[in-house]
Design a protein around this ligand. Structure first.
Ligand code: SF4
Length: 381
C-alpha cells in the first residue's frame, strides 16, 4: 500500500515562499549550505539568484562530479503507440488531433528495440499515449519479458497504473517509471487538460508513489515547462522529490525538465522558459538534492545540451524518434513533438567524450536487485 499522500501547496503559497527568500543574502546562504531546506531552494529559484547563475552552475557542477563522476547516462525512447484517449492542449497525440494513428504489434516493437540495440543502446524508455484498450499492461509485460535479457534497463512512460500493475511490470523486467505531472498548478492543469482520465490531478500526483511502493528501482517526475511559472514548478518538484525521498528511500529518483516543443495542434507556450531559466531551475534542484538524476532530453538543442555537460544533468536521450515505428521507418508521420537535437547516439557520445566525460550505456545490473519471494524488490518501509 502507498503511505499517506503527497499534497502540493497552492501556487499562491509557493509564490509567497519565493518572495520571502528573494534576497541575495538568502541565495548566498543557500550556496554555502551543505543541506538545503525548502527555503534555500526557494532562494535559488528566486529572481535574486539570477545574477549569481555562474555560482549556481559551479556549485551544481561540483556536487554532480562528486556524486556521479564524469559521466552522462544515455538512453533512447521507443514509441509504441500514439493513440490517446486524453485531450491535452499541448500534445501532438491529443485525441482531438488528426494525425496518423498507429500502435505497434509485438513483433514491430521488438524490431524497433533491436534497431536501438544494434545502435548500441542499453537503456530504452517505452513510451505510449494513454489508451489502455489499445496498449495495456499485458502488452508491456510481454514486451519486457522478451527484451529484458537484451537491455540493461527498460523504463516506461505510459498511462498511470495501479500499484499491483507496476509490481507485475517490475517482475517482467521493467525497472523504472516516469510520470510527469505536466504542471503542479491545479488551475493551469485544469485549463490544459480538456477531457480524459488525465483530468484527475490527484490521481496523477499520487502515481510516482504507487510506482515506488510497487518496488520500482527508479521513479521519475517532471513538469512540462511552458505551462506555469517555472520558479514555482521548480519548488513544487523539490517538495515532491523530498516527500518521495522520505517515504521511499530505497527508490532512485529522477527529475526531467521537458520544455514545450512545436507539435500538432499548434499549442503555444503559456509562459516563456528560456535556456537561462531552465539552467537556474536545474542547478537549484541539483544543489537541493545531490543524489537525484537529472534528465535533459532531445527536446533541447545540441548546443545547449553540450554546454550543460558536467554542470548538473546526468542523463541524455539521443538519436530520438517520437513517432511509433519511426526507427525502422523514418518516413512515418505521427510524432508527439519535433525534437531539437537531431544528432545520432554516436555523435552525442563523441561530443560528450570531447568534453572529457564518459557516456554510460549501462550503469547497473539486475543481479544487484534486492529480491523478495515474489521476485520484486521489497516495497519501501
Ligand atoms: S500528453 Fe500524454 S495523455 Fe496527453 S495527449 Fe499526449 S500522450 Fe495523451
Amino acid at each position: 500500500m502507498t503511505q499517506d499522500t503527497f499534497i502540493i501547496p497552492d501556487f499562491s503559497q509557493l509564490q509567497r515562499l519565493v518572495t520571502a527568500n528573494n534576497h541575495p543574502a538568502e541565495v548566498r546562504r543557500a550556496l554555502r549550505s551543505d543541506r538545503l531546506d525548502i527555503h534555500g531552494l526557494a532562494a535559488l529559484l528566486s529572481p535574486a539568484a539570477e545574477p549569481l547563475l555562474p555560482q549556481l552552475a559551479a556549485r551544481s557542477a561540483h556536487i554532480t562530479a562528486k556524486r556521479f563522476g564524469r559521466t552522462i547516462q544515455i538512453y533512447a525512447p521507443l514509441y509504441l503507440s500514439n493513440y490517446c484517449i486524453n485531450r491535452c492542449a499541448y500534445c501532438g497525440f491529443s485525441a482531438g488531433n488528426r494525425i496518423e494513428r498507429r500502435v505497434l504489434t509485438m513483433e514491430e516493437a521488438e524490431q524497433e528495440a533491436m534497431i536501438l540495440h544494434g545502435r548500441g543502446f542499453q537503456h530504452i524508455l517505452l513510451v505510449a499515449g494513454e489508451a489502455p484498450a489499445r496498449l495495456g499492461v499485458d502488452f508491456l509485460a510481454e514486451l519486457a519479458t522478451r527484451l529484458r535479457n537484451r537491455f540493461a534497463a527498460i523504463s516506461i512512460e505510459v498511462q498511470p497504473l495501479a500499484e499491483d500493475e507496476y509490481a507485475r511490470l517490475f517482475s517482467a523486467g521493467i525497472t523504472s517509471v516516469a510520470v510527469y505531472q505536466e504542471t503542479y498548478d491545479r488551475v493551469i492543469y485544469s485549463q490544459v487538460h480538456h477531457s480524459g482520465k488525465k483530468c484527475d490531478f490527484d490521481y496523477r500526483l499520487a502515481t510516482p508513489a504507487r510506482a515506488a511502493a510497487a518496488g520500482m528501482r527508479e521513479v521519475g517526475i517532471g513538469a512540462l515547462l511552458g505551462l506555469a511559472d517555472w520558479r514555482l514548478e521548480g519548488l513544487a518538484m523539490g517538495l515532491h522529490l523530498a516527500w518521495l525521498r522520505k517515504h521511499y528511500w530505497r527508490t532512485a529518483l529522477t527529475v526531467s525538465f521537458p520544455r514545450l516543443r512545436p507539435a500538432e495542434g499548434g499549442f503555444q507556450p503559456l509562459v516563456t522558459v528560456s535556456e537561462r531559466m531552465l539552467s537556474q531551475m536545474l542547478f537549484a534542484l541539483r544543489i537541493f538534492d545531490p543524489d537525484v538524476g537529472l534528465l535533459l532530453s532531445t527536446r533541447e538543442e545540441a548546443r545547449f545540451r553540450d554546454g550543460m555537460v558536467g554542470l548538473g544533468p546526468t542523463r541524455y536521450s539521443a538519436g530520438s524518434c517520437t513517432a511509433p515505428g519511426g526507427y525502422a521507418h523514418p518516413e512515418l508521420a505521427g510524432e508527439q513533438f519535433s525534437v531539437g537535437d537531431h544528432r545520432s547516439m554516436q555523435e552525442v557520445c563523441a561530443d560528450i567524450c570531447r568534453r572529457g566525460y564518459d557516456p554510460v550505456r549501462k550503469d547497473w545490473d539486475a543481479t544487484f536487485q534486492i529480491k523478495d519471494g515474489g521476485g520484486a524488490m521489497s516495497a519501501a518501509c
